[in-house]
Ligand binder design. Structure first.
Ligand code: DX5
Ligand code: ZN
Length: 216
């Protein structure tokens, strides 16, 4: 399978979000990555349910929602009703992860777990068969425009092995610091999905940058 590209609208200008969603519709993007932050799990606040609800009808792309919030299980139904097609929650932010994943899947959404740079992939062993995607954070979550943590490349290899061993079908998504310079090595290491925020939205031609990331 060719890798998927998921531009993150965190780095878009929110005053022009509708225009940017239309740009993404016309681009080679596969998913739209939607970063929700609560100012508690991460030291930043982005946007939430009502913004997703407004962009969902405009988007023709798969809506990949990354919750960086504590107690994500409280909002599963709200994000589903707002139009999320995949909901990814953090292992570090959820006490009853297995239960929350079952609740996500019961809505019909795809289910993902994200792990911070310090969390070993071995922590996913028991939950992996339940997952559609694992999001490996390659920066500390909270902000766009940070530098890719190189050690993530080894984590991709370890996760790939664990996915095979556990019979999981989960995709490996890499989130943070991905750009045109490192995308090829990340995909080469085994990533199935690359998220790119600032690389896309700070580029002079975002649509061309998406093509470049898709064709590395
Ligand atoms: C970081 C977010 C990322 C972010 C990536 O907390 O989860 O999805 O938007 O932004 P870049 O690509 O700029 O690192
Ligand atoms: Zn993200």
């Amino acid at each position: 399978m060719k890798h998927l590209v998921a531009p993150s609208i965190l780095s878009a200008n929110f005053a022009w979000l509708g225009r940017d969603i239309e740009m993404l519709n016309e681009s080679e993007a596969d998913w739209v990555h939607v970063d929700v932050m609560d100012g508690r799990f991460v030291p930043n606040i982005s946007f939430g349910i009502s913004v997703l609800k407004d962009i969902a009808p405009l988007s023709t792309k798969f809506l990949d929602v990354h919750l960086m919030i504590v107690e994500p299980e409280k909002y599963i139904q709200d994000f589903y009703q707002a139009g999320a097609q995949q909901l990814t929650i953090h292992i570090e932010a959820c006490l009853h992860l297995h239960s929350a994943i079952q609740q996500i899947k019961a809505t019909g959404m795809k289910a993902g777990v994200a792990i911070n740079p310090h969390t070993p992939v071995s922590a996913l062993e028991e939950i992996l068969p339940e997952l559609d995607v694992v999001c490996l954070m390659s920066v500390n979550p909270g902000f766009g425009g940070q530098k890719f943590i190189q050690a993530t490349l080894q984590k991709i290899g370890k996760l790939k092995k664990l996915i095979a061993e556990t019979g999981s079908h989960a995709l490996i998504e890499i989130d943070g610091g991905v750009d045109a310079n490192n995308a090829a090595i990340i995909v080469g290491a085994g990533a199935d999905v690359i998220v790119a925020g600032s690389a896309v939205f700070k580029a002079p031609n975002p649509k061309a940058m998406i093509s470049q990331l898709k064709n590395v």
